[in-house]
Unconditional design. Structure first.
Length: 437
């Protein structure tokens, strides 16, 4: 089969910070329309949207090959996405139309592509082409299930923006993560469905698509509880973190042969940081036992600083620890280190370059306290309680996940302690870990 000739001219486009295609050459605008969207609406070509989102998130140019599905043909393209302020410029340097690579499924494959049962289930590959669809979902969408498998999801469903203007499915495609609440309107029916999905990995561990469910808006099930989500997260992350720890430890110990000393030190730092991250993930899915051990907060603070120091050094931020021989408290050592890494790391992250983070100790009213003070922008009074909630941050600067302080406070309270905050906009912040003396 002979492919159609390619067009040597570049095709240009521009995507704003919300993922909307705000400018496009006629070819790209036409492809956007064939995907069921329009200029000024979210970019509805999943692979292009994922490339643009990656470039925006990382703040660096990203170049990748992509295949976008048009109405009657595929477009094989090479896309360069370059951040430009809050927008991303798209330059498609190759635009190679070709006959659709889809092949009609055999009768046996068609039957296997239909999921049994009444559940409205679906699955797509890494290019969002349907690989399985339940009979009940196909019926609700007004499509023939034997003809649906192999077609792009966006040809059968029009993806709609959420209330905040985002596209959960496209965001999840970029991050290779789970999503929920994606509104989708079948092109052959008047109903609206809500898609939820989980990423699928192939035999080699690479991302291989999504599988999930579709429900009517009024039938959407409540989101899993935080504990369930945290336990699932631990299950997903534990294996790759274990591999990082194992490989880093082998490098640090020079198991595979001689190595320059500084590289061995780097590997030891990676192993220590991965151990710490694993403890964070574990703590998210499990309640912390009330700590009854006698601990020295000065000793644990020095250990926590060791995990943060390289990040501070890169920005010429000094971590000044008040000279104190000891500060004895009761708590769980691993949990205390986790809390201190979070508090000190936040202080470093929000401090200006060439400044200092001050750490001091105190005892009062039967408590032992570690104070962590920074010279950052401070936190408004209205935000000082909100930032301790899950997925909340004082500012939306794209750094962090909004989980650290919520986990830190939970750990502290499990040890009969707490995290306290004193802050004023423009005058920095002081977070204090309070534990029983």
């Amino acid at each position: 089969m002979v492919s159609l000739p390619s067009d040597p001219m570049s095709v240009l486009g521009r995507v704003d910070g919300a993922g909307r295609l705000v400018a496009a050459d006629p070819k790209l605008e036409r492809l956007q329309a064939e995907a069921g969207s329009r200029l000024g609406a979210p970019l509805a070509l999943p692979q292009l949207a994922a490339i643009a989102r990656t470039a925006h998130r990382l703040g660096v140019p990203v170049s990748r090959r992509a295949v976008a599905a048009g109405r009657n043909q595929d477009i094989d393209m090479w896309v360069r996405a370059t951040p430009d302020g809050d927008e991303v410029e798209l330059v498609i340097e190759q635009w190679n139309p070709r006959p659709s690579s889809l092949q009609r499924l055999s009768a046996t494959e068609e039957m296997e592509a239909v999921l049994p049962g009444e559940s409205r289930r679906w699955a797509v590959d890494e290019e969002l082409r349907l690989t399985r669809i339940s009979a009940s979902l196909a019926e609700a969408a007004g499509i023939d299930p034997s003809e649906a498998a192999g077609h792009p999801l966006t040809k059968l469903f029009r993806l709609e923006e959420s209330e905040d203007g985002g596209m959960p499915l496209l965001a999840a495609l970029s991050a290779r993560s789970a999503f929920c609440g994606q509104r989708a309107r079948p092109r052959n029916a008047e109903s609206t469905l809500i898609l939820d999905g989980e990423p699928v990995t192939g035999p080699n561990g690479d991302f291989a698509g999504f599988e999930g469910s579709a429900n009517a808006p009024e039938a959407v099930l409540p989101k899993p509880s935080g504990a369930i989500v945290d336990a699932q997260l631990e299950q997903v992350l534990r294996s790759p973190l274990d591999r990082i720890i194992d490989n880093a430890t082998r490098i640090a110990e020079r198991t595979d042969g001689p190595l320059r000393s500084e590289y061995a030190v780097y590997a030891a730092d990676i192993s220590a940081a991965a151990h710490h991250l694993l403890s964070i993930v574990h703590s998210m899915g499990h309640e912390q036992d009330s700590g009854q051990a006698v601990i020295d907060l000065v000793e644990l603070t020095n250990e926590a600083v060791g995990l943060i120091e390289s990040a501070a050094t890169e920005r010429d931020i000094a971590i000044a620890i008040e000279p104190t021989q000891s500060c004895i408290a009761r708590g769980e050592p691993r949990g205390v280190i986790q809390i201190l890494v979070n508090l000190i790391g936040n202080a470093v992250r929000h401090s200006p370059n060439d400044s200092a983070v001050a750490i001091s100790f105190a005892k009062a009213n039967g408590s032992a306290v570690v104070h962590v003070s920074d010279n950052g922008p401070g936190i408004a009074a209205d935000d000082q309680e909100r930032i301790f909630e899950r997925f909340e941050q004082a500012n939306n600067n794209g750094q962090g996940t909004g989980l650290g302080l919520a986990i830190a406070r939970r750990l502290a309270r499990a040890m009969d302690g707490d995290i306290q905050l004193k802050s004023e906009p423009g005058h920095g912040s002081t977070f204090s870990l309070v534990l029983p003396a």
